[in-house]
Design a binder for this molecule. Structure first.
Ligand code: PLP
Length: 431
């Protein structure tokens, strides 16, 4: 399978090139040349298959031509060392819990897959992974790559803008992981990383690759759990009508993976993109105009993105048609106050503890589900990752899961840096 750039002025790339480069040379995002529709027999069988079996089918459709069958199976099975269960929250609303991995957020799936695929392609040569994070990407990528031979990870994060719990998950690891504390906002971190990839001189000195959600090896595997969720939904609900899927979104990698699933035939009735106060996509749906803005800080900080990278892929998927996009996807946007209210109401009425990101998804279903529809929203992180907000909002003392407590024992090690590109470059070359 070849991969083309959303900017259409870069040569076609192999899967290996797309994974190693991350971003295409014309600054576009790689898209697979074909999206295979899976046969109806697979969808008929799906409710009887395990998560791993389903994921292997989906993986084969994307990566089967480029990765040896046995190796691909091993990568998929190792990636999914944990479940992504569907939990009924109330009549008509299910949570797809994506927080049972090592760092308790959905990004574990993509990060674990990418680390293993990169290692498969790389054969031991030293590669430097640059990743910008607004919170959860850094920990998922750092942990996904921790101890993987031949790969060094640099995590750039905005100083003072990620929670203490998030921070300790990528600043305490050491070994092949370096945390860089940038004096700026998430968009500065993203700009530094993107500029580094475009810097020919730097690239001639060191092999760089990205692990942001722009990387095909990170975002495509996220389709696995949507297939599994729909299968479990049919098992549990006994229904044959397709669910509405609602995704709390920031950079839109997660929603994009769901849309790829839909293009492969996954029965989803329609989609909802739930945003916090960063309402760029919401506004696009309403007006047809895409106007990036500086990101705004919210309590759902992993969604504080003012210019979502994967927007380009969504546009590409529907050939730029605002009509097709807005027919399939609805939007919602919530202020911090609304998010807190939702968390309280859901806890009081159902006992389910939402994290601030999942709360946007849950509320969007409450607001936008039509009579007779059933919805699944992604619970993208464990609420204990946002313990301060959750405790304050709900007036509880949420227990910290053991996996999370273990990170908090460690010693913070981070390199302070300005948001100036030359400083970043000098730092990398000095390493
Ligand atoms: C990254 C993240 C999101 C946003 O996902 P995108 O793929 O960037 O849209 C939502 N919730 C949590 C907890 C996250 O870590």
């Amino acid at each position: 399978m070849k991969y083309y750039s959303t900017n259409h002025s870069a040569p076609l790339a192999s899967l290996k090139e797309a994974v190693v480069k991350g971003l295409a040379p014309d600054r576009g995002l790689y898209m697979p040349e074909r999206i295979e529709r899976l046969p109806q027999s697979f969808f008929n069988d799906m409710p009887g298959l395990s998560f791993q079996e389903i994921a292997n089918k989906v993986a084969e459709a994307f990566f089967g031509e480029d990765v040896e069958t046995k190796a691909l199976r091993q990568i998929v099975n190792e990636t999914l060392s944990f479940d992504c269960p569907l939990k009924k929250v109330e009549e008509g609303i299910y949570a797809l819990e994506l927080f049972h991995g090592p760092t308790l957020a959905f990004k574990d799936v993509g990060a674990r897959f990418m680390a293993r695929l990169l290692q498969y392609f790389n054969g031991g040569e030293r590669v430097n992974v640059l990743v910008a994070t607004s919170g959860d990407t850094g920990s998922a990528v750092a942990n996904g790559f921790l101890g993987v031979e031949g790969i060094h990870v640099y995590v750039l994060y905005p100083k003072g803008k990620v929670s203490a719990i998030q921070e300790c998950q990528f600043t305490t690891l050491g070994r092949n992981i370096t945390a860089i504390e940038v004096d700026g906002v998430f968009d500065d971190c993203q700009r530094l990383v993107k500029t580094a990839f475009m810097d020919e001189e730097l690239n001639s000195r060191m092999k760089l690759t990205s692990a942001n959600s722009i990387n095909v090896a990170r975002f495509l595997p996220q389709a696995f759990y949507y297939f599994n969720a729909v299968a479990r939904f049919f098992n549990e609900n006994g229904s044959t009508s397709s669910p509405v899927v609602c995704v709390p979104s920031g950079n839109f990698g997660n929603l994009c993976a769901a849309l790829f699933g839909h293009a492969m035939g996954l029965p989803v009735k329609r989609f909802i993109a739930a945003n916090n106060a960063n309402d760029i996509f919401y506004n696009y749906l309403q007006t047809g105009h895409y106007k990036p803005k500086p990101s705004r800080q919210t309590i759902a900080n992993a969604m504080d993105v003012g210019d979502p990278s994967n927007f380009a892929r969504i546009v590409e998927l529907y050939e730029g048609s605002h009509e097709r996009i807005s027919n399939l996807i609805s939007g919602a946007t919530y202020t911090d106050d609304e998010i807190r209210q939702t968390m309280r109401r859901c806890y009081e009425q159902t006992g389910y503890v939402l994290d601030p990101h999942g709360a946007c998804g849950y509320q969007a279903l409450k607001d936008l589900l039509q009579p007779g529809e059933t919805g699944i929203f992604c619970e993208t992180a464990h609420p204990a990752k946002f313990k301060d907000t959750v405790d304050q909002t709900l007036g509880i003392d949420l227990p910290i899961p053991e996996k999370l407590a273990a990170f908090m024992q460690g010693q913070k090690q981070a390199e302070p840096l300005s948001n100036n590109y030359d400083d970043f470059k000098t730092f990398l070359i000095g390493k």
